[in-house]
Design a protein around this ligand. Structure first.
Ligand SMILES: N[C@@H](CCC(=O)N[C@@H](CS)C(=O)NCC(=O)O)C(=O)O
Length: 206
């Protein structure tokens, strides 16, 4: 059975859990990272030498890097669903995966930690405000793209929606000041109608 290592409150782990649920792949989730530890053990480092989550093992094949895990699961188990066959259409969708990691993940972390994870007396308001401004500018780019298509993957939901969809949940549910992004919000509402999203992603923010 597919094994997915990682604590379910991690945005990167949520990507793998959500993809597996979308594809109805039976899996075992082994909580790891954060308070669960495990990631520094030699056994885990043999699977992911970065001591980070998520990582998966599928039929003896070990893999790390959340976006790559989503692509792998889609290519192996989602030929007629999440995986996009046409190279240009697939690249158009997948660019949003790498973009989410390279553009949003770092400022998002500053917002998330200084809103959710850190105690109020430890929060860095300047870092949070800078993160909010940067995330807002990035989400505006996705909002503009979603004005002409219902999904970042095109006409249908696909892998391109998964990474940003994980960030979007916290973005829309955290008590923060957000600019109005109507197309992004309508996309988020579409994601919320997906049972797999609700189960894997819409869990308490911790
Ligand atoms: N680029 C990696 C980043 C992985 C990463 O930084 N994961 C965080 C959780 S979101 C982590 O492992 N933190 C340490 C821990 O949980 O112990 C990926 O996308 O998989």
């Amino acid at each position: 059975m597919l094994k997915i290592w990682g604590r379910g409150n991690s945005t990167n782990v949520k990507k793998a859990l959500w993809a597996a649920k979308e594809l109805s792949i039976p899996y075992e989730n082994i909580p790891a990272g954060g308070a669960y530890g495990i990631v520094a053990s030699p056994e885990y480092r043999a699977i992911n030498p970065n001591s980070r989550v998520p990582a998966i093992e599928d039929d003896g094949f070990a893999l790390w890097e959340s976006n790559t895990i989503v692509r792998y699961l889609a290519a192996k188990y989602g030929k007629s669903t999440l995986h996009i066959e046409d190279a240009a259409a697939r690249a158009s969708a997948e660019k949003w995966m790498d973009w989410a990691t390279s553009s949003i993940a770092i400022p998002f972390r500053d917002v998330f930690w200084n809103t959710v994870r850190l105690a109020p007396d430890q929060q860095d308001h300047a870092a949070k405000d800078k993160g909010l401004a940067e995330c807002s500018a990035m989400f505006a780019i996705a909002d503009a793209a979603l004005a002409s298509e219902p999904y970042l993957s095109g006409a249908d939901f696909g892998v391109g929606d998964i990474p940003l969809g994980c960030f979007a949940y916290a973005w829309f549910e955290m008590p923060i000041k957000r600019p109005d992004h109507p197309h992004l919000f309508a996309w988020y509402e579409r994601l919320k109608s997906r049972p797999a999203y609700r189960k894997a992603v819409m869990t308490p923010l911790t």
